[in-house]
Design a protein around this ligand. Structure first.
Ligand SMILES: Cc1ncc(COP(=O)(O)O)c(C=O)c1O
Length: 462
């Protein structure tokens, strides 16, 4: 039951609540002033793809709750029932002391989602923990093979891999890199593969090859004997960078050539968002370790996982000489209630063919944006896969010239959409949408028109 009852809460009570939220709850990504003037906004309830705030405003949710986790939409009774049943049967016991059935079942289900032999799940409680665990698995793998010197990681420009020290050290996030300094040692940056920003004379395929060549040159520069893995999302979500088909194939070959593990961070895009269970499936390649979170429980209960192939796991399990390989074990690892939520979410996705829905509805939305903005002088690119969609706004589409950074066009579009009761995101001037997998065609039509309204209003004011 909400503490805010619109029929009873006065403006003074609401102001007091907002002031208390500033005092008592640290909020990331939003200034206290913005929270105050925006009266939060304070969400009180949500259903399907709509979120209601304390003033009774209903927001159309193009962001799966804001950070891509609510992939089944809001208010699912089936997931709540599964969580309730698990909580009243066995809410939690430590993995150190007992194994538990929900985690075994969820691990088995995740392993069976693709043909990729991602056999073993290392369950944690967030995406950042999954990324950190993946780096530990990679270090353990190389140590077990007698190569403890292979302990560095590469990550790519514009990438985001989380907010713990390891996540931040593997992220191209200027604020984190400044405020969290000194960062963890052993991380090196390589270029992103950003097809829209490729040199004019290159085809996408030539560009994919050039990016792969540059990656290999960096590896040779650093020394492959020092590198444990590369953290690379199959489709980097922040800027929606769908790579050329050859790029990930080349990345895979390069990793194999130099005994480097590919950690495909699918915290954002995994579990159906791109119209496949995992993003790597679009490219006919298999990573060594895949991280997942958000969609794994649809945001109902926090859960993350690092999934490793049998080759990685058999090497790590085989490290008998030094006892069990050391990978962090959290109190809430393989939390039975979180895993029960995960099973219910997978059941729903399979029963309702939501991966197929993401592909169909997403394809329609991307095609519709491309059609609407085909000749727009300030829309440079429309791109995406399934329900991961990006629209890059530029000062001049003919020359791909970006807006000056200080014009803040992307942020203005995001703010305008919110004023219009629609949730979209901007990373720089790339407008992104990542709606729930349950988005229907009427929802999709409403999202397309709300997106265009916010973009068109802001661009017409420049
Ligand atoms: C690709 C990727 N990796 C890691 C993370 C970190 O996950 P969390 O916020 O659950 O720690 C995120 C979060 O957005 C992400 O998008």
């Amino acid at each position: 039951m909400s503490v805010v009852d619109k029929n009873r809460a006065s403006d003074e009570q609401i102001e007091a609540l907002v002031e208390d939220s500033i005092r008592y709850v640290w909020r990331h990504g939003v200034s206290a002033a913005a929270t105050r003037t925006g009266r939060g906004p304070l969400a009180v309830s949500a259903s399907g793809v709509y979120v209601t705030d304390m003033d009774g405003n209903e927001y159309l949710d193009g962001l799966s709750g804001g950070s891509a986790a609510a992939t089944l939409g809001h208010g699912r009774v089936d997931v709540a029932d599964a969580v309730h049943a698990q909580m009243t049967t066995l809410h939690w016991v430590s993995l150190r002391t007992f194994i538990n059935e929900p985690s075994i079942e969820l691990g088995r289900r995740l392993a069976g989602l693709t043909d990729a032999d991602l056999q073993t799940s290392f369950f944690v409680s967030s995406g950042s923990e999954a990324v950190e665990s993946a780096t530990q698995l990679a270090k353990s793998f190389h140590r077990a093979r007698g190569n403890p010197g292979k302990n560095m990681f590469l990550y790519r420009k514009t990438g985001y891999h989380g907010t713990t020290l390891v996540g931040a050290s593997a992220s191209d996030n200027a604020e984190f890199r400044t405020w969290f300094a000194p960062l963890a040692p052993g991380f090196a940056e390589v270029d992103a593969c950003y097809p829209y920003r490729r040199p004019d004379h290159m085809t996408e395929e030539e560009y994919g090859d050039a990016c792969a060549d540059a990656l290999e040159a960096t590896i040779l520069d650093i020394g492959p004997e020092r590198i444990a893995g590369i953290l690379a999302e199959a489709i980097p979500a922040a800027l929606v960078l769908v790579p050329p088909a050859n790029y990930l194939r080349r990345l895979r070959e390069i990793c194999d050539r130099h005994d480097i593990l590919w950690i495909d961070d699918e915290v954002f895009i995994g579990i159906g968002r791109t119209g496949r269970w995992f993003g790597f499936e679009h490219f006919g390649v298999t990573p060594d370790i895949v991280t997942s979170s958000k969609g794994i429980t649809g945001g109902y209960v926090p859960l993350g996982a690092a999934l490793a192939t049998s080759r990685v796991m058999e090497t790590i399990y085989g490290d008998q000489a030094s006892g069990q390989a050391k990978v962090s074990g959290h109190t809430y690892a393989a939390h039975p209630t979180a895993c029960a939520a995960g099973i219910a979410v997978l059941d729903a996705i399979e029963k309702e063919d939501l991966v197929g829905n993401a592909e169909r509805v997403g394809e329609w939305m991307i095609a519709e944006f491309a059609r609407i903005y085909a000749d727009h002088p300030r829309v440079g690119d429309v791109r995406g896969k399934g329900l991961l969609i990006g629209i890059e706004l530029v000062q001049d589409a003919a020359t791909r010239t970006p807006f000056p950074r200080e014009s803040g066009v992307g942020r203005r579009v995001m703010d305008r959409a919110m004023e219009n009761l629609f949730m979209l995101r901007a990373t720089g001037d790339v407008i992104t949408l990542f709606p729930a997998l349950v988005t229907t065609m009427p929802d999709a039509r409403a999202m397309v028109s709300a997106t265009c309204r916010a973009i068109d209003e802001v661009l017409s004011e420049l």
